[in-house]
Design a protein around this ligand. Sequence first.
Ligand code: NAD
Length: 411
Amino acid sequence: MKATEATQIYFDKAADHLDLSENMRRLLLTAKREVSVQIAVEMDNGEIGTFIGYRVQHDDSRGPMKGGLRYHPEVDIDEVRALASLMTWKTAVMNLPYGGAKGGIAVDPGKLSPRELENITRRFIDGIHDVIGPDIDIPAPDMGTNAEVMAWIMNQYQKYHGFNPACVTGKPVELYGAPGREEATGRGVGVYAVKLISRLGRKPSQTRVALQGFGNVGAHAAKFLREADFRLVAISDVSGAYHRADGLDVSGMLQYSLAHGNTLAGYTEADRITNQQLLELDVELLVPAALGGVITEQNAPNIKAPIIIEAANGPIWPGADKIFDDRGTIVLPDILANGGGVTVSYFEWAQNRQHYQWGLNRVRAELDRALAESFEAVWELSTQRKVSLRTAAYMLGIGRVGRATILGGIR
Ligand code: NAD
C-alpha cells in the first residue's frame, strides 16, 4: 500500500463522520504545490552525486505551511505527499496558525561526510528558496536531519532573502533556535503517555514499554518516560533491538548512543532481539518512534500491547488499525502524539519574529498547556462521537481546516 492511500483511508473515515461533500474532500486532499528539484554536488571522491529533493506544500488555509525535511534512502514523492497532508491535520489538531508541508531527499545521511551533507542541503535550498519562507512554508527537522542542517538552511536562505531566522525552525539554540525544541517531540510523547494511561486507570510504574527508534524522538521519549517511572523493557534503533525484562538502564543507553555516533550498535548490557520481536513483546505500551508502515495487517495480530502511541509518522497501516479498533487496542495517533515538535517550532518561529528568546521553563510550560488542550479536545470528541482517538483527531483537524477554507472562500 502507498503511504497516500493509507492517509486517505484515515481521512475518509473521519470525513464520513463529518458528512464532508465530495468537492470538499477533493479540495482538502489535493496538495497546493509539489516541487521536485535536481541536486547535483561534487562528492568527496571527486565524482558527481545526483539526488532529487522534494517539497510538497499541502494546505495553507490556516497559515503558512509547516513541516519537516527527511533525509532517508526510502524517501519518494508519495511518502512526502502523505507526510505533508499529515502535517496539515497535525497543525490543526494542535491549533497552531499553520498549514502543512513536508520535504525530503532520498539519501542515506549516515553514508555522507559532513561536507557532502552540507553541500546537498545548500543545493536543495538553492532549488526551493523562492517557494519557502517565514510567511509561506517553514521547514524543520525530521528523520535524518538535525539542528545543524537547519542552520545551513537558514544561512543559505539568507543569501537570497537577507536576515530572517524565522525561515526555518529546529535551529541550534545559539543560532535563533528555541530551548526545548530538540526534546519537544519526545517530551510530548511522554506527557501524552502519562495522560493516556491515567485515563485508562494505569500507573506508569505498572506499565512496561517497548520503544522502536532511539533518535531525536525516541531518545527524548525514553528519557521522559523513564523519569515519569515507566519501565522500559525494550529499545531499538537501526542496529537492532535490546531487551531486559527487569527494565533497561535508559540513561546508560543514552550515554552509550551519544558516545558511539548516535547508535546502540555494540551495546552489551541487554539481550539482543529483532525489531520485529520488539513490536510483538508482552508489554502494556508500545511506542513506534522510527519508520512509517512498520505495523501491518500481517504482524498486527501478534502485537500484544493494549496501548500504542504513534511517536513516528504513519507507523500503523490501516489494515492493522482496523484490527486494533476491533479488539479494543487503544492507539494515540501520530497527528496528536508527535505534535509537541511542531508546537515548539511554532514558539521558535514566533520568537524569531519578535527577536526575543524565551527560557526553557517558559517553553516547557507553554508546550504542556498546548499538549493538555489538544489531548482533552481529541479525548472528548472520541468519547462524544464514540470513535477511535485517530478518527477523533482527524475529525478535529479536518473540521478546523475545512472551516478555515470555507471562511476564506475560494473565489
Ligand atoms: P532520527 O533520524 O533522529 O531517528 C530515527 C531513529 O530510528 C534512529 O534511532 C534510527 O536508528 C532508528 N531506525 C531507523 N531505521 C530503523 C529500523 N528499521 N528499525 C528500528 N529503528 C530504526 O528521526 P526522528 O526525528 O527521531 O524521527 C522519528 C520519527 O518521528 C519519524 O517518523 C518522524 O517523521 C517522526 N517525527 C519527528 C519529529 C521531530 O521533531 N524530529 C516530529 C514529529 C514526528
